[in-house]
Design a protein around this ligand. Structure first.
Ligand SMILES: *Cc1c(COP(=O)(O)O)cnc(C)c1O
Length: 363
């Protein structure tokens, strides 16, 4: 890239990344961007969304922010308790005359209820977009995620299964939409000195594209490493009472990028307590997506409020993402599982010592 002295503006590596992804996903068009959030914003604008868009609260805040940043009110929808993805029947009940689209999220790389959402969106002529930031290299009914709805959006942030330092992409089979996305992401330039619309700068650099391509070369190895970690977690936690590991759907391909533990009501410790224990042992478990977008600014201050989201509230209190990735080996997984087992086996003592961790005097 440095030898060629072509650093950005639709260089050969961005083109190669786009065509590699399009082949991999099996879509006609992929438009690379500087990050996933800008990719969401481009998709939202290119599809002409306005007014209200229905979106799950159980997602990374960028999904909701991309709508709000575009002047749209995110209308938060509840999720399915088994998949943690948007509940299509609740989405249908949230439709108003101002609704212009539905933005689903394939949380943990497992597909949303695509057929259910297509039916709801199709009937009302709503746009259907998916935030597929978690779902690279995952399938739905045997088809690669990326080809559903009007468009699907990926992220290549450093924390994702394949990364470009920072990066994003929109996948779509709609050629006209792809053309509008390219215009909007490049200041509205249709050629060298003609600007035909308002645009922004969402371009991916050549350096990022090189990193993205390098990352894709190792994608299968990353997924295999994560799969082995997952299988070990599954084996070691299967019989631990009170916790449940989420499993990819039978017959689908998963990237195993998220190891998601649900700490249920019957566990000896609450999720937050188990989280504290693990953090004290320097295990970086994460409470994704706690506390839910509807409880974050600016949404929690919206005078119109949000519909009740009972499943979201419960899932937000129960989910713990456990460490995985290529820097986590089977030995590490065994240690983490041992700590979880030990903490739950001695829940009473652990509770008493957590008081100390909070800095309060021992009872
Ligand atoms: C990471 C992520 C994004 C944002 O992508 P960036 O590339 O970090 O801008 C959006 N939605 C979800 C669900 C994500 O996990």
């Amino acid at each position: 890239m440095l030898d060629e002295r072509w650093l950005t503006n639709h260089g050969p590596y961005v083109a190669e990344l786009e065509s590699t992804l399009a082949d991999m996903i099996g879509v006609r068009n992929v438009v690379a961007t500087c990050n996933g959030t800008l990719a969401l914003e481009l998709a939202i604008r290119a599809l002409g969304l306005h007014g209200e868009v229905i979106v799950p609260s159980f997602t990374f805040v960028a999904t909701a922010h991309a709508l709000r940043w575009s002047g749209i009110r995110p209308v938060f929808c509840d999720i399915d308790p088994l998949t943690h993805t948007i509940d299509a029947s609740h989405a249908e009940r949230l439709i108003t005359p101002r609704t212009t689209g539905i933005l689903g999220v394939h949380v943990w790389g497992a597909a949303s209820d695509v057929a259910g959402l297509e039916a709801v969106a199709g009937e009302r002529n709503l746009a259907l977009v998916f935030d597929a930031a978690h779902a690279l290299a995952c399938t739905h009914q045997g088809r690669s995620i990326g080809g559903f709805g009007n468009a699907e959006v990926f992220s290549f942030h450093a924390t994702k299964v394949a990364n470009a330092f920072e990066g994003g992409a929109i996948a779509t089979d709609d050629d006209g939409l792809a053309e509008r996305l390219r215009l909007l992401g490049n200041f509205g330039f249709s050629d060298e000195d003609r600007v035909v619309t308002l645009g922004t700068n969402a371009k991916m650099t050549e350096a990022a594209a090189c990193m993205g391509l390098t990352s894709l070369e190792s994608l299968d190895a990353f997924v295999e490493h994560n799969r082995r970690n997952f299988l070990l977690y599954d084996e070691m936690l299967r019989d631990v009472p009170g916790v449940r590991l989420m499993r990819p759907r039978e017959g689908e391909r998963s990237n195993f990028h998220y190891v998601v533990l649900e700490v249920t009501d019957v566990a000896g410790l609450r999720r937050d307590e188990l989280h504290k224990v693990l953090r004290a042992e320097r295990v970086l478990a994460r409470r994704y997506f706690y506390p839910g977008c509807h409880r974050l600014e600016p949404y929690c201050s919206d005078p119109a409020g949000s519909a009740p989201l009972p499943v979201t509230e419960r899932v937000c209190e129960q989910v713990l993402c456990l460490p995985t990735g290529t820097s986590v080996d089977p030995d590490d997984v065994a240690i983490v599982c041992g700590l979880i087992q030990e903490a739950l086996d001695h829940a009473g003592e652990v509770r008493a010592r957590l008081v100390d961790l909070d800095g309060n005097p021992r009872a």
